[in-house]
Design a protein around this ligand. Structure first.
Ligand SMILES: [Zn+2]
Length: 156
């Protein structure tokens, strides 16, 4: 088998998430709640000029992620770039920015918060792009987004 056989193959339509710092590809997949979308290709540890520590790539075939979905990626990988592919060509290069709100996928670190005690819906609003910091709608606690606070496969 040649080395080429190990490379991530190209897709003719769908979404390519590039420049994810290694090893965050699986986190990105979790935050997006992906899994039953058809073919998902994850490549990890590619060399990258922009990311000296290495980059990961996620390819989702036949699914164009919405802007709300791709903005969620900015929570853990703001350097990521999004390419929308159609007919084998890149039809859109999308920049991502922090979402104004986070619903569902982040846990409040306050153990007494209604979202943790009573099962209230988790909703956060952007408090500051530095951090980034988000404010819980219930207890008002401001939280820096950490991968450990993000819940897997909660949907968006
Ligand atoms: Zn809270």
């Amino acid at each position: 088998m040649t080395e080429r056989a190990y490379k991530v193959y190209s897709i003719s339509s769908g979404t390519v998430i590039d420049h994810i710092p290694t090893p965050l590809a699986l986190r990105v997949v979790e935050i997006l709640g992906l899994g039953n979308e058809g073919i998902l290709t994850i490549g990890m540890g590619f060399t990258s000029k922009r990311l000296p520590e290495g980059k990961d790539i996620v390819k989702i075939e036949n699914k164009v992620l919405t802007r709300d979905e791709t903005d969620m990626i900015a929570l853990i990988a703001p350097e990521a770039t999004i390419n929308i592919i159609e007919g084998g060509k890149v039809i859109e290069k999308r920049r991502i920015s922090l979402p104004d709100g986070i619903r569902g996928v982040m846990r409040c670190p306050n153990p007494n918060c209604a979202t943790n005690v009573l099962g209230a819906q988790r909703v956060f609003g952007l408090a500051s792009p530095e951090g980034p910091l988000y404010r819980c709608r219930y207890c008002e606690r401001t939280t820096k987004v950490e991968p450990d606070l993000l819940i897997t496969s909660a949907g968006i």
